[in-house]
Design a protein around this ligand. Structure first.
Ligand SMILES: Cc1cc2nc3c(=O)[nH]c(=O)nc-3n(C[C@H](O)[C@H](O)[C@H](O)COP(=O)(O)OP(=O)(O)OC[C@H]3O[C@@H](n4cnc5c(N)ncnc54)[C@H](O)[C@@H]3O)c2cc1C
Length: 294
């Protein structure tokens, strides 16, 4: 292994100052679960790693603001989020999703900021957070800017973040009367990487869908909103026929890519089947943290 510098700054500001907007071999490290795998595989040969482990505790906090929005520090671990009573009460779909993500050893160290910045299209959190209308706060040398999670990833392992910007916070709007589910479709163990991820957040008007946000993961080069399906379902009662049509329209509009979890055709088939299931589950969800297995 080529030797590299390993820094452990005490503040977010100092960490940012040790990153370099021009140098892809200088990287921040949250939990390090993805960074270490990239180094082992030889796709990352850093000259400097900037650990975020010792930066101020406020960047790990979970709070609700006066408007009812959830604020999660970028350095909060996935397990601290999984066990948060505040999240379980107000955003149960997040609690259910955290439980299904990788394994407890990874969740104990992996951070939400690292999960979003990694931009692997198979990640489970970006589709769910996109469906909920969440945004990240990116902090750089000249201050903060907010980016909708929907706009964060621009391709495989690529985000709109500058190399010296850090995700310092994730803000999730209150659910109010929205009902949301995340379907993680795996081909082996339930906590494995998904062959397809499907997040649905909707509001109901009686038996009809008032409006819906539907996001696919693990099948395209980035998490993608299924806008055609959303439009076809808005204001409609989700009959079998409508759901089937929405599934067909969604898969026709997407450039679905196969991988080791399933071919493109298989993923298209899964989308057709699971779009209807996910929408129905969202219509019927009780918004409690305690169920969901697919
Ligand atoms: C065995 C295993 C199974 C897994 N299964 C799943 C799964 O089923 N579903 C799933 O979604 N994920 C899964 N993962 C991925 C895991 O969720 C990610 O590795 C983890 O969330 C990344 O977080 P981290 O803090 O460890 O990131 P790191 O490894 O520290 O960093 C990842 C990337 O983000 C950058 N970065 C880190 N923190 C920040 C920040 N605050 N701001 C800006 N950039 C930052 C780093 O420079 C690096 O490029 C799995 C991982 C493993 C090892």
């Amino acid at each position: 292994m080529i030797p590299f510098e390993y820094l452990m700054p005490a503040t977010l500001e100092e960490a940012i100052s040790r990153l370099d907007p021009e140098d892809p071999n200088i990287r921040p490290v949250g939990g390090g679960t993805a960074v270490m795998l990239m180094m082992k595989a030889g796709v990352l040969r850093p000259t400097r790693l900037v650990s975020l482990q010792r930066i101020e505790d406020r960047h790990r906090q979970i709070e609700v603001d006066e408007q009812g929005a959830l604020h999660i520090g970028g350095l909060a671990t996935l397990s601290s989020l999984e066990h948060s009573p505040v999240i379980k009460k107000g955003w149960p779909v997040l609690t259910r999703t955290f439980r299904s993500l990788s394994n407890v050893r990874v969740r104990n160290v992996a951070t939400l900021g690292g999960n979003l910045a990694h931009a692997d299209p198979h990640m489970d959190m970006p589709p769910v957070l996109t469906a909920l209308g969440a945004r990240v706060v990116a902090t750089g040398p000249s201050g903060n800017r907010e980016i909708p999670v929907e706009d964060l990833c621009v391709g495989y392992y690529e985000t709109v973040l500058a190399r010296n910007e850090l995700i310092s916070k994730i803000i999730v709007p209150p659910m109010n009367d929205a009902q949301a589910v995340y379907f993680k479709v795996t081909t082996r163990a339930a906590h494995d990487w998904p062959a397809l991820g499907l997040a649905v957040s909707l509001t109901r008007s009686g038996e009809a869908i008032q409006s819906a946000s539907i996001v696919i993961g693990a099948a395209t080069d980035r998490p993608t909103r299924l806008q055609q399906a959303e439009t076809m379902l808005a204001g409609q009662i989700p009959t079998d026929q409508r759901l089937e049509q929405a599934g067909l329209a969604a898969s026709a509009a997407l450039d679905i890519v196969g991988d080791q979890h399933g071919s493109a055709d298989y993923k298209k088939h899964l989308l057709g089947v699971y779009l209807g299931r996910a929408v129905r589950a969202a219509m019927n969800t009780t918004n409690e943290a305690g169920h969901e297995a697919h």
